[in-house]
Design a protein around this ligand. Structure first.
Ligand code: TTP
Ligand code: MG
Length: 365
């Protein structure tokens, strides 16, 4: 039988805010918010745990964050600094294995079942990675989750944040999942969560009581996935070659816009940005999508698909502008526009190697 996988999920704590505090230690212990202009409809990127105590969180309007925590230190993001810290932590990961799947600047999955140093326990590796991150980034902390599949490792890394370390062993998984709120299950977003809660399905145990048929009715093709997941079984594998499905950018205007020229100018600039990004990643796509958010927060998207792949800034820009008349922009004031390119060439996906789980894994983790 194949060995049980040993998966580590690492997630930096209050990442952008922690970098800011590292670079300006006088901020330590204070509520620090990193985000867009509170006077100009910016949003919170993240905040220190001290600010979280006031109810501030990622994605919240900066103006609201300031009302909740008027004494907060408000900082604009410095992406270069975050990218540099990200580079360091990803280099550390690759010292142990090539099986690293980055999820974002501050987060990755590692499959350390086999690792470069022959270290037998994932826990040892996770401890060492945490320690090295702290030393090599000049004081940033990460949380680590360890388990035998990706979902459980990710849940585990969230359990003891910040500076967390949490292991979910195979024999603990099912019981652990039974008490987990449904909103924490992989892929269950806010809308699905609300629908489940409305039907009294609150925890993993409630989810486990649904048969395959019912799960398929609720989740479509993913029904089988959830049937297994809630029983602690997940076949996803750490994919070190994962490529983005789309690349895009968007921006909120300081004031609502009705002027079509201005909207098109923004779309062209955004197309240029996306084209550069495509080029950097060696990608080209067939579908151009624009997103328009009206002043009342209603969102529409419009797409066009070509017969060929493109990464041309001017073609993406012209296509994006050409899609604008298919929206009510120019009539209804617009708050945000964005451009996305998707439809990248399909690479052949390797067959998923379905591994048997061995549940009496004991403490050898
Ligand atoms: P997260 O890992 O989600 O958050 P975090 O690292 O700030 O805090 P936690 O301790 O809970 O992990 O995101 C990583 C960074 O990505 C975060 O520091 C800022 C950025 N980010 C945004 O810009 N906007 C967002 O909505 C989110 C969620 C994150
Ligand atoms: Mg984080």
């Amino acid at each position: 039988m194949e060995p049980v996988r040993k998966i580590i999920h690492i997630d930096m704590d209050a990442f952008y805010a922690s970098v800011e505090i590292r670079d300006n230690p006088r901020l330590r212990g204070l509520p620090v918010i990193v985000g867009g202009d509170p006077h100009s409809r910016g949003v919170v990127s993240t905040c220190s745990y001290e600010a979280r105590a006031y109810g501030v969180h990622s994605g919240m309007a900066s103006s609201r964050a300031v009302r909740l925590c008027p004494q907060a230190i408000f900082l604009r993001p410095r992406f270069d600094a975050y990218q540099e810290a990200s580079r360091i932590i990803h280099e550390i990961f690759h010292d142990y294995t090539d099986q690293v799947e980055p999820l974002s600047l501050d987060e990755a999955y590692l499959d350390v079942t086999e690792n470069f140093h022959g270290i037998p326990y994932a826990m040892w590796i996770a401890r060492e990675i945490k320690r090295r991150i702290q030393i090599e980034t000049g004081g940033l902390t990460a949380s680590a989750g360890i388990s035998y599949n990706m979902f459980l490792a990710k849940i585990a890394s969230d359990m003891r944040k910040p500076d967390g370390f949490f292991v979910i062993r195979p024999h603990q998984a099912e019981q652990f999942l039974e008490t987990l709120p449904v909103g924490k299950f992989y892929g269950i977003g806010r809308v699905t969560e609300a629908a489940l809660l409305a039907d009294g399905i609150k925890t993993g145990l409630d989810l486990k009581r649904l048969d395959r048929q019912e799960l398929k009715r609720r989740f479509g093709k993913s029904g089988d996935y959830y049937y297994d997941l809630v029983r602690g079984i997940e076949y996803r594998q750490v994919n070190s070659h994962r490529e983005p499905k789309s690349l895009g950018t968007e921006c909120t205007f300081p004031e609502d816009i009705t002027d079509l020229h201005k909207l098109k100018e923004t779309l062209r600039m955004q197309s240029d940005e996306v084209a550069k990004d495509l080029e950097r990643q060696g990608l080209a796509g067939r579908t151009v999508t624009i997103k328009v958010k009206y002043h009342d927060f209603k969102v529409v998207t419009r797409s066009h698909t070509f017969g060929n792949y493109t990464s041309s800034s001017s073609l993406i820009g012209e296509t994006a502008c050409g899609l604008l008349p298919a929206t009510e922009a120019g009539i209804i004031p617009v708050r945000l526009v964005g451009v996305t390119v998707s439809g990248f060439p399909q690479k052949k996906i390797p067959e998923i190697d379905v591994r048997q789980l061995e549940f009496d894994f004991g403490d050898d983790f």
